[in-house]
Design a protein around this ligand. Structure first.
Ligand SMILES: [Zn+2]
Length: 63
């Protein structure tokens, strides 16, 4: 997965970590990243609520 600058972890839901980072235009984005080995799922959202919802609904194909 890509390494993001200034990624701030906020919470973890199951294997999915949620955090915020600044994109290259200085806007705050919310990222949900699955930390399970071999999964590699990640997505960006405009709000933390959307990221949390995605984390809860993520079905990890590893488990
Ligand atoms: Zn996963």
């Amino acid at each position: 997965m890509p390494v993001r600058n200034s990624f701030h972890s906020l919470m973890k839901i199951g294997p999915v970590q949620i955090g915020t980072y600044r994109d290259n235009r200085g806007r705050t984005k919310h990222a949900a990243v699955c930390t399970a080995d071999g999964c590699g799922w990640s997505a960006d959202y405009a709000s933390s609520a959307a990221a949390q919802l995605a984390a809860r609904s993520h079905r990890c194909r590893i488990n």
